[in-house]
Ligand binder design. Structure first.
Ligand code: FAD
Length: 355
């Protein structure tokens, strides 16, 4: 992928970290990076121009059909006919960008089957009415944590990262990554719930042993300051409010039962998820065209010759970290190479014409 971009004259900067600025949906793109993106776009447009690509922006594809050896594409600016077709219409996420799921129906009409879709990389809505609905008062507070996804009574997945409380529930990279697991299990009708470990990497016994040691070492320290040694003070107060433990209680006066309740709250805080924020707030779509129907070497359909499908329209979704872009671009590069081979071999090569 990188060499493909470099061949098109695009400057590639390799980094191995995702920068998150602690606010909802804000992954850092500085001014320099934005300029590089604009320059990359320009280079790609120039490369397309010099390859005589006929780019038609602000054009909506309304219908796609196969007639004999050709594809007929009905657009908002008239009809096109082509010998090969690439569906790169994305998923259902952020429909205002134009990716509204229309491509799934095109694929279905050309013979493909679909794996049911759900939003993914999406914030989660918490039940504000439940006793643990502390998210509204913690709105804007962020911590490092670990989410356990429980499916049918057992932990199916554990993920770690930054969690952000918001006015509607929870967001941040950790939650976005966990969301597809919750949404898929819910769609399949399975019992699913999430718990948050605010002491990532530590289990109940270890945290409880630390608290027991703290009671001996610092008996006059308060429960609030003990929690707040590792977490924001607002979180300490919210946890103690829900547990109905006085924040200024000295550790020496903490009962064994309350100590264990606090440790349990810190390591397995229930997150009463009622829904995702939906496709309008989802970065990707899980589900899509069944991968079994695609040749991974060329991205050509196995059910409709010379139809290629790339990117999010397929049943692939990745965690945060650029994997979705990588999947879309790599698939596109594989499809482009296959199309070039097709035309070079002089078979019914790719080409399109206005009708
Ligand atoms: C807010 C946000 C942040 C994201 N951040 C990241 C990230 O940091 N890292 C990462 O890896 N991924 C990220 N993603 C996901 C990533 O953008 C997608 O996975 C990727 O762009 C998918 O590429 P695609 O080409 O398959 O589809 P898209 O990028 O969705 O492109 C599909 C295109 O097809 C057009 N289209 C659809 N239907 C029609 C039609 N009928 N007629 C004409 N045109 C049509 C759409 O307008 C769109 O331009 C993010 C997504 C969002 C929404």
């Amino acid at each position: 992928m990188i060499s493909c971009l470099r061949r098109a004259g695009v400057e590639v900067v390799e980094r191995h970290e995702t920068v998150w600025d602690g606010r909802e949906h804000k992954f850092g793109v500085g001014a320099r990076a934005a300029m590089r993106l604009a320059a990359a776009e320009l280079r790609l447009l120039r490369a397309a121009e010099s390859a005589s690509v006929d780019l038609q922006s602000a054009t909506r594809v309304l219908a796609v059909a196969r007639h004999g050896d050709r594809f007929l594409v009905e657009t908002s600016r008239g009809a096109l006919s082509a010998t090969a077709l690439v569906l790169a219409t994305g998923g259902r996420s952020l429909p205002k960008s134009g990716s509204d799921g229309a491509g799934y129906e095109f694929a279905r009409g050309l013979g493909h089957s679909l794996v049911a879709t759900t939003p993914a990389l999406v914030p989660l809505v918490l039940d504000g009415a439940m006793g643990h609905g502390i998210h509204a008062e913690l709105s804007g507070v962020s911590i490092d944590g670990e989410i356990a996804v429980w499916v049918d009574g057992a932990v199916a997945t554990r993920l770690s990262g930054a969690l952000l409380w918001t006015h509607f529930g929870i967001s941040g990279p950790l939650v976005l990554n966990a969301s597809r697991h919750w949404a898929r299990a819910r769609m399949e009708g399975r019992g699913v719930h999430l718990t948050l470990n605010m002491r990532p990497g530590e289990r109940f016994e270890q945290v409880d042993a630390n608290w027991t040691a703290a009671v001996s070492a610092r008996p006059r320290a308060t429960v609030r300051s003990t929690i707040a040694a590792d977490l924001p003070d607002a979180v300490a107060l919210a946890v103690l409010k829900v547990l109905e433990v006085a924040p200024d209680l000295p550790l020496a006066d903490l009962t064994r039962v309350d100590r264990r309740r606090i440790v349990h709250a810190l390591t397995a805080w229930p997150l009463p998820v009622v829904d995702t924020r939906g496709y309008n707030f989802a970065e990707v779509t899980a589900g899509g065209v069944d991968l079994a129907e695609i040749d991974p070497a060329t991205m050509e359909s196995r059910v409709c010759a010379r139809l290629f499908l790339v990117g999010e329209i397929l049943d692939v979704d990745g965690r945060i970290g650029g994997f979705n872009f990588q999947w879309a671009w790599s698939g596109a590069a594989a499809a482009a190479a296959a199309l070039a081979r097709m035309s070079g071999a002089g078979t019914a090569g790719p080409g399109s014409e206005r009708r």
